[in-house]
Design a protein around this ligand. Structure first.
Ligand SMILES: Nc1ncnc2c1ncn2[C@@H]1O[C@H](COP(=O)(O)OP(=O)(O)OP(=O)(O)O)[C@@H](O)[C@H]1O
Length: 214
């Protein structure tokens, strides 16, 4: 296998006397997508949160291109785009203003063009002037995804990105993730959609009772 861009070793997380994650290892190389699957409560979101540094593991470590991964560090944020829960969008910025701000804040070259392309792809053109509070829940999910796609990134980390998307939205998401791989980026995908995982992921890590690599 190619050198891993993301390396996760021995992630262990306990809540009280419950061990949710016990020594999880995984690698994701550039141009590769790895899926994380398992039943509700098996620790998928906890694993992603520990990997990106939003939660502190009791043991273990994640590195991105050899640097300890913590989404709060500027040199990591340059390379990392994360979509977990829907973002708290600025209430008084429209769709296009929000995306423009995110793209420019992360020093996206050609921010204006990238934002325009992504708004079209993600199907938000008609509502691009609207405030987040006036969007449907699926449109808000699309805006959260678009917020990741307008910033520079080498690794994309997604927690159930298919949630609340319609059939066309999930199909688009699959194509977009394949394009991420083709562009040499790495994707780590938590999903409850077996068809999406099958379409996009090169390997699967299973959490819960049937844990293991698939
Ligand atoms: N801060 C916390 N304190 C106590 N327990 C927690 C905490 N965060 C998560 N847990 C527990 O850890 C377990 C794993 O939760 P997690 O959200 O990682 O599961 P998941 O696999 O992502 O589930 P789902 O498929 O429902 O999204 C659950 O039993 C949950 O209750």
């Amino acid at each position: 296998m190619a050198d891993a861009l993301l390396t996760v070793r021995g992630i262990t997380r306990r809540f009280g006397d419950r061990t949710i994650l016990s020594g999880v290892d995984l690698d994701v190389a550039a141009g590769e997508a790895v899926g994380v699957v398992g039943p509700n409560g098996s620790g998928k979101s906890t694993l992603l949160r520990c990997i990106v540094g939003a939660d502190e593991a009791d043991d273990g470590e994640a590195t991105l291109a050899g640097r300890v991964l913590d989404e709060k560090l500027p040199e990591i944020r340059r390379d990392l785009a994360v979509v977990m829960d829907d973002l708290d969008f600025f209430p008084d910025l429209s769709v296009v203003e929000h995306l423009d701000l995110v793209a420019r804040a992360h020093a996206q070259p050609d921010a204006e063009e990238v934002v325009n392309v992504v708004i079209g792809e993600v199907g938000l053109m008609e509502v691009s002037g609207q405030l987040p509070s006036t969007l449907s829940s699926g449109q808000r999910r699309r805006l959260a995804l678009a917020s990741a796609f307008v910033r520079p990134r080498r690794l994309l980390v997604l927690d159930e990105p298919e949630a609340r998307l319609d059939v066309d939205g999930v199909a688009w998401l699959g194509s977009k993730l394949l394009a991420e791989k083709a562009a040499g980026r790495a994707v780590l995908l938590v999903s409850h959609d077996p068809a999406l995982v099958e379409r996009v992921c090169d390997r699967v890590v299973r959490l819960g009772p049937d844990a293991g690599d698939g």
